[in-house]
Ligand binder design. Structure first.
Ligand code: AGP
Length: 369
């Protein structure tokens, strides 16, 4: 086992670091920067078929559901295609209405999650074409879905998903941009710039990893808090949910993620002096709104830990702690912010002496309903 950990104290830390190569490998052979083209042969759909789609239905659980939620934002914002997302354990019992022209996308790193398989069987019984996004070659989902896109993350041993999440996101970015191109919503020139940005992500993740001591110090300072909150807006909302789930899973701390705008609709009542509130405050269309949320949090004497661009000179005036990421486009920054939140969860669990790779009560894949 020590050899497999390759010098890392835990598989989770190793897998956080492996995101650099995992994203690179997931992109390999799928993007052409020169032509502004995305090639997803495994999708088995012509441009004409993509144009005819009326809806995407995403099905997933847990962390994969968080990836899917970001996927919904991407399909709607970039490709202008209606996208629904369901938690699989809810989907099959809520009498879903499945319209013609729907493509189902099932996201499951293991390919064995019982609820996801059941939801896929349900939607396939309506003859709905189904694409699986998974990390495990030969898993059950790969035998059931009509087509399969693999995340090339390599084996993930830690129960808490890390590199499978960021590679799921990578494929969802590619799918959404591919759909947008086919449907005439984005130009090849835009796509060239997008691919250039995406190709930079592994190197930028490496830069975040090189400064992990800052995240460690922050984690240690707040490791004995009772509650932790995570806020994000727009594309960062699913990342806030994922940050909270990671922290819960491995550190056993109570953590909740919220859409930052929802704060005043209830959760703000929970804030106390010193409650850590991790706020994703990267530059983008909702940046000013997020700053207002930070001020609301500060007015209740809670402590703001902001995840922000390293070029942001303003955020330090409002936040108590600033954890930085290299500047990237608003569209791609979630791939960077999530790495900071994974490290925060990891170092919090380490400071609390928790069983990081095998947290209590959790299994790597949930094969019972
Ligand atoms: C992630 O850290 C969790 N262990 C869990 O939420 C997981 O994402 C969920 O059980 C879904 O698993 P899957 O991707 O293998 O379907």
């Amino acid at each position: 086992e020590a050899a497999e950990k390759a010098g890392y104290e835990h598989f989770m830390l190793k897998e956080i670091h492996e995101q650099v190569s995992a994203i690179h490998n997931t992109l390999a052979g799928k993007v052409s920067e020169l032509e502004g083209k995305i090639d997803l042969k495994e999708l088995n759909m012509t441009d004409e078929e993509i144009r005819k789609l009326s809806r995407v239905q995403i099905l997933a659980c847990g962390t994969s559901w968080h990836a899917g939620l970001l996927g919904k934002y991407l399909f709607e914002q970039l490709a202008g295609i209606h996208c629904d997302i369901d938690i699989c354990s809810e989907y099959r019992y809520r009498s879903p209405v499945i319209s013609d022209g729907t493509l189902a996308i099932a996201i499951t790193q293991s390919g064995e999650t019982a609820d996801t398989l059941a939801a896929v069987r349900e939607i396939m019984s309506y003859n709905c074409p189904t694409l699986a996004i998974t990390n495990v070659v030969g898993s059950t989902i790969t035998r059931e879905a009509n087509s399969v896109l693999y995340t090339r993350a390599g084996p993930e041993i830690g129960v808490a998903a890390t590199k499978t999440f960021s590679t799921q996101l990578t494929l969802l970015y590619l799918l959404a941009v591919k759909f947008a191109l086919s449907r005439g919503k984005l130009s090849p020139d835009y796509v060239k710039g997008f691919i250039t940005g995406l190709r930079k992500i592994p190197g930028q993740i490496q830069q975040i990893l090189n400064q992990k001591e800052a995240v460690k110090e922050c984690a240690e300072n707040f490791a004995h808090s009772d509650n932790y909150f995570f806020l994000g807006r727009n594309l960062n909302y699913p990342i806030a949910l994922e940050g909270a789930l990671k922290l819960k899973e491995i550190s056993y701390l109570h953590a909740e993620g919220f859409a930052a705008g929802e704060l005043k609709h209830g959760p703000i009542a929970l804030l106390e002096k010193g409650t850590p509130v991790v706020t994703i405050a990267t530059k983008g269309q909702t940046y000013d709104k997020v700053l207002s949320n930070i001020k609301e949090v500060k007015a209740r004497d809670a402590t703001v830990i902001a995840v922000a661009d390293n070029k942001d000179t303003e955020i330090g005036k409002y936040a108590d702690v600033v954890l930085t990421i290299p500047p990237s486009s608003e569209l791609l920054s979630p791939l960077l912010s999530v790495v900071v939140l994974q490290l925060l969860a990891y170092y919090t669990a380490l400071a609390r002496g928790c069983s990081i790779d095998k947290p209590r009560n959790l299994a790597k894949s949930v094969t019972v309903e």
